[in-house]
Design a protein around this ligand. Structure first.
Ligand code: NAD
Length: 267
C-alpha cells in the first residue's frame, strides 16, 4: 500500500457527512486503514464507498460524547488494525442560531457534550494507544467560532474555544510521547451543518453572498479541510504540535474593517 498514510490506523468521528466523510475518503486514498464513527447510519455509506474503492474502512454507529462509545471505537481500531496511529475528533453539532439569553442549560450541556467532551474523550482513549506506537497524531475540529465570537451560537463558540485550549493542553501533557495534538479551525464550509444556509441563499438567488466576508470571497468545501487534516495526520507535520490552524479563506486574519483592494479603497 502506498500513500502519505500508508499502513496507518486511523479513527475519525463524525464521518457520516461533511468534513469527516471527505477526510475519511482522502485518508483511505492515502493508504490509511480506518475505523469511522458517527451518530447516524450514514457512516456505513462512507465505509462502503471506501471499500468499493479498494480502501479499508469499517463503520460504528456511536455517540462521540459518550465515554463507553468512544472507548469501544478505539478498541475496535486496536483489534482490527493492531493499534492506533491517528485519531481525528471531528464530530460536532452547531446548536443553531440561539442567542446568549435564549440558551438553556440543556442546550449548553448538549453542545459541550459533543463538541468539547467528545474530543477530550477521544484524546483520553486514543492517546495511550498512539503512545504504544512511539509517535502519531491527534486532530480535533475546532472552528473560527472558537477564535472569536460571531461565527456560531454562544455555546458553540465556547465549545470550540475549549477545543483550541484542549489541544494546547493535551500537546503539553503528552510531552515526550511523540504524540502531536492539533486543531483545525474551519471557516464557512458547505456541509450538512450549513446546508440550510446554502439552500436558503440559493432559493433567494444570493448564493454569491455566501462566504463574501473572507478575502477569497467564497465558502470552502469539505475537501479543503480534509487536506489540512491529511497534512496534520502525516509525518509531513512532524514538527507541528499544539496549534489551532485556521482554514478559512483568510476570514480570521483581520478585524472587520473596510476592505482595501488593489488600486482603490473599497466601499
Ligand atoms: P456535518 O453535519 O456535515 O457533519 C457532522 C457529522 O457529525 C454528522 O455526520 C453527524 O451525524 C455527526 N455527529 C453529530 N453529533 C454526533 C455525535 N454525538 N456522535 C457522533 N457523531 C455525531 O457538519 P461538518 O461541517 O462536516 O462538521 C464537522 C465538524 O466541523 C464539526 O465539529 C463542526 O463543528 C466543524 N465545523 C464546521 C464548519 C462548517 O462551516 N461546516 C465550520 C467550522 C467548524
Amino acid at each position: 500500500m502506498s500513500g502519505r498514510l500508508a499502513g496507518k490506523s486511523a479513527i475519525i468521528t463524525g464521518a457520516g457527512s461533511g468534513i469527516g466523510r471527505a477526510t475519511a475518503m482522502l485518508f483511505a486514498r492515502e493508504g490509511a486503514r480506518l475505523v469511522l464513527g458517527d451518530l447516524t447510519p450514514a457512516v456505513h455509506d462512507t465505509a462502503k464507498a471506501i471499500t468499493a474503492d479498494a480502501g479499508t474502512a469499517s463503520a460504528v454507529q456511536m455517540n462521540a460524547g459518550l465515554e463507553d462509545d468512544v472507548r469501544k471505537l478505539v478498541e475496535s481500531a486496536r483489534m482490527m488494525h493492531g493499534g492506533v496511529d491517528i485519531a481525528y475528533a471531528n464530530a460536532g453539532i452547531s446548536g443553531g442560531l440561539t442567542g446568549l439569553f435564549e440558551h438553556s442549560v440543556d442546550d449548553w450541556q448538549q453542545i459541550l457534550q459533543v463538541n468539547l467532551i467528545g474530543p477530550f474523550l477521544l484524546i483520553k482513549h486514543a492517546a495511550p494507544e498512539i503512545i504504544k506506537k512511539g509517535s502519531g497524531s491527534i486532530i480535533c475540529t475546532a472552528s473560527v467560532a472558537g477564535i472569536r465570537s460571531g461565527a456560531g451560537c454562544p455555546a458553540y463558540s465556547a465549545s470550540k474555544a475549549g477545543v483550541i485550549n484542549l489541544v494546547q493542553t493535551a500537546a503539553q501533557q503528552l510531552s515526550g510521547t511523540g504524540v502531536r495534538v492539533n486543531a483545525i479551525c474551519p471557516g464557512l464550509i458547505e456541509t450538512g451543518m450549513t446546508e440550510r444556509a446554502f439552500e436558503y441563499a440559493r432559493e433567494k438567488g444570493v448564493e454569491d453572498r455566501i462566504g463574501r466576508l473572507n478575502p477569497l470571497r467564497r465558502a470552502g468545501q469539505p475537501e479543503e479541510i480534509a487536506h489540512m487534516a491529511l497534512f496534520l495526520a502525516s509525518d509531513e507535520a512532524s514538527y507541528v504540535n499544539g496549534q489551532a490552524i485556521a482554514v478559512d479563506g483568510g476570514l480570521s486574519s483581520s478585524h472587520p474593517v473596510t476592505r482595501q483592494e488593489m488600486g482603490k479603497t473599497a466601499a
